[in-house]
Design a protein around this ligand. Structure first.
Ligand code: ZN
Length: 291
């Protein structure tokens, strides 16, 4: 990179699907990039080649930072971010900082259990994503079609093929008055609403910011029932504070979040030492980690 360009850039912010190790800048594993893309030290590699500090963060955490800097979480220090698209992702921001947990995996809110059955794409059971993620909605569409339960989906499958059915077909089936499609969508919205009650009770967020393609398409149909469920059943004190709102930044949220990611890391002297402590804490018993 030319020196005159480098001097005008503070650092590189990298957004990646998880899991990632944000302290070492390593993409641990990301299925979409193929089986060989495992433990890739992308931030140190990019940083040394470009001669700039480089910071890696999970895509949903970057999105949360973007919404906090420029979008629906402006002036908000305690919020959760949810993205409802092919999967359901999340991030927890506490006192203006991403909450990582000791391994950086915290905030996987789409894998919060909301039921005791229902196979999730991650292999777990009863997770929110198993009901409201796009891949799960598509799977439910195929099952309803195979069972002959949905005239609408059967017609779609005859046109485009059973395997090509997607979440959008279920949503359109609901709009067209198909009972099975309505049931699938209502179950998903109900799972989302129940999960929001859990987030409010457990985390006391000021805001729940919801983005992602399915959320954008569903709009108030998704958020309205969640607000109603939270105000009816969540704990009184946190429910009176929380606002459940739409994300504002759309598909470019990762780009918007790279800037606050770099600024936050560069301005955080505790970032490196804290990471050293937490790595050591995992390798040794807690008692000696304190001594
Ligand atoms: Zn899961």
């Amino acid at each position: 990179m030319p020196a005159d360009v480098r001097t005008r850039i503070a650092g590189i912010g990298i957004s990646s699907p998880g899991p990632v190790d944000p302290w070492r800048g390593v993409v641990v594993q990301t299925p979409n990039m193929g089986p060989d893309f495992v433990n890739v030290p992308i931030a140190p590699e990019l940083g040394s080649r470009l001669g700039l500090p480089a910071f890696l963060e999970r895509d949903t955490n970057v999105a949360a930072l973007g919404e906090m800097a420029f979008g629906a979480a402006r002036d908000c220090l305690d919020f959760i971010y949810l993205t409802v698209s092919t999967g359901v992702g999340g991030a927890i921001v506490s006192e203006g900082r991403i909450f990582h947990g000791p391994d950086g995996t915290a905030g996987e809110l789409g894998h919060t259990p909301v039921a005791m059955e229902g196979q999730c794409g991650c292999g777990g059971t009863g997770h929110l994503e198993a009901f409201m993620g796009g891949a799960s909605l598509a799977k439910a569409a195929r099952a309803a079609t195979t069972a002959g339960a949905s005239p609408f989906l059967s017609e779609r499958a005859a046109h485009k093929g059973l395997d090509a059915l997607e979440a959008r077909d279920v949503a359109e089936g609901e709009d067209a008055g198909d009972a099975a499609c309505r049931e699938i969508m209502e179950r998903g919205r109900r799972a989302f609403a129940i999960a929001c009650v859990g987030f409010v009770d457990a985390l006391n967020p000021s805001r729940i910011v919801v983005g992602g393609a399915i959320s954008d398409a569903q709009g108030e149909r998704l958020l309205g029932p969640a607000r109603a469920e939270v105000s009816a059943t969540a704990f009184r004190t946190p429910r009176s504070r929380v606002q459940i709102v739409h994300a504002e930044l759309g598909a470019d949220v990762g780009l918007a979040g790279a800037h606050p990611l770099v600024i936050a890391r560069l301005g955080d002297p505790a970032w490196r030492p804290r990471s050293t402590r937490s790595r050591r804490g995992r390798a040794t018993p807690p008692v000696s980690a304190n001594g």
